[in-house]
Design a protein around this ligand. Structure first.
Ligand code: FES
Length: 82
């Protein structure tokens, strides 16, 4: 079994190494922010990286928003950021 696979983020492929979280995969792909704050529209992505700040929220496979830094990426995951 390969240690590499892809997920899609807003329809674009993002490479993943098995064991990475979705947040880690985005960071490794050079994506530093993927949503904005409701007030002020400020960019947000990984900040604490350990599940405290909630800055990294994403939706995976249609589920309600979850913290990308805590979610293991799985082959075929469809991630949306808005
Ligand atoms: S980066 Fe802080 S909760 Fe995910």
């Amino acid at each position: 079994m390969s240690d590499a696979f892809q997920i899609t983020v807003d329809g674009r492929p993002v490479p993943v190494t098995r064991g990475q979280t979705i947040g880690a995969a985005l960071h490794a792909a050079g994506v530093r922010s993927w949503r904005t704050t409701r007030l002020g529209g400020r960019p947000r992505g990984l900040f604490c990286g350990i599940g405290i700040c909630f800055d990294c929220l994403v939706s995976v496979n249609g589920r309600p928003p979850e913290r990308a830094c805590l979610l293991d990426a799985r082959p075929g995951d469809e991630v949306t950021t808005s």
